[in-house]
Unconditional design. Structure first.
Length: 266
């Protein structure tokens, strides 16, 4: 209960300051993938594992107690469900291995700081030993999961991220968790060996998606929803735009004013 209190306090603060999206349909999608991993590996985790979405763009994922948090930017660029399962399996492994949250967050006075200092005062990064252990456990979870035969695209995503990392210094710098790429070390690097060669000029090979093309944010309520758009046929490799910002074209419509009936002057 003490650890769950620390978890709830941290999540409530992140949502209050506008960094964590309210519960919604995107969380349910993540929860479905996590449940697939838990059931196929016969894991018994108490209390239950939850999923939330961080509203920021830098690519990161981390755990707050038994809650898995994935950034909106990372959800945007992951190419398929198997790549999402890879990300969630790594964080689920931290929970399964008993890597704990700092219980200092159970005290409400730990959050008596300006909202603008949240990134400096909250830290959910793991040490290198826990990260290596989580990678090994995640590979076991994926080997027993429905995604075991589809992990080639996940490895291809990691290969594309590693290839573009020198250019994406801000995008791969996390605010609250661990980096996915640290020097020459890549998270879940074991999947790189099973990935097909990265061929950037192939139109039919999609290693990563652009930012802003999958998750839609309502800036007034901070609510998220998955965009249901039909895939566009690509005509050239430049249109793939991995890790780039999706072009935005505003769709303007004329506002029809309804006639207002005015009372006749007596």
């Amino acid at each position: 209960m003490w650890e769950r209190t620390a978890e709830d306090n941290a999540l409530d603060h992140l949502q209050k300051v506008g960094l964590l999206a309210p519960l919604g349909d995107v969380d349910k999608i993540l929860q479905t993938v996590v449940n697939n991993l838990i059931l196929t590996n016969n894991l018994e985790i108490i209390p239950d594992v939850r999923c939330r979405v961080l509203l920021t763009s830098p690519l990161e994922s981390f755990t707050v107690g038994h809650t898995i948090v994935v950034s909106r930017g990372l959800l945007d660029v992951l190419p398929d469900e198997a790549s999402l399962a890879m990300t969630l399996a790594h964080e689920l492994s931290h929970i399964a291995l008993g890597h704990r949250i700092d219980t200092k967050f159970a005290f409400n006075d730990r959050f008596f700081f300006p909202d603008t200092s949240t990134f400096q005062r909250l830290d959910f990064a793991r040490n290198s030993a826990e990260e290596v252990a989580a990678d090994g456990k995640a590979m076991q979870l994926l080997a027993n999961s429905p995604y075991k035969d589809k992990l080639g695209t996940a490895g291809l995503f990691l290969e594309a991220l590693q290839n573009r990392a020198p250019e994406l210094t801000s995008l791969i710098r996390p605010h609250l968790g661990n980096r996915m790429e640290e020097g020459k070390t890549m998270r879940m690097s074991a999947l790189l060996s099973s990935a097909p060669p990265l061929e950037t000029q192939r139109i039919d090979q999609i290693a990563a998606l652009p930012l802003g093309g999958r998750v839609k944010l309502d800036p007034w309520s901070n609510r998220l929803e998955m965009m249901k758009t039909k895939p566009v046929v690509l005509l050239s490799p430049q249109e793939k735009m991995p890790f780039e910002v999706t072009p935005f074209f505003p769709y303007l419509t004329r506002l029809n004013h309804t006639p207002v009936e005015t009372a006749a002057a007596e």
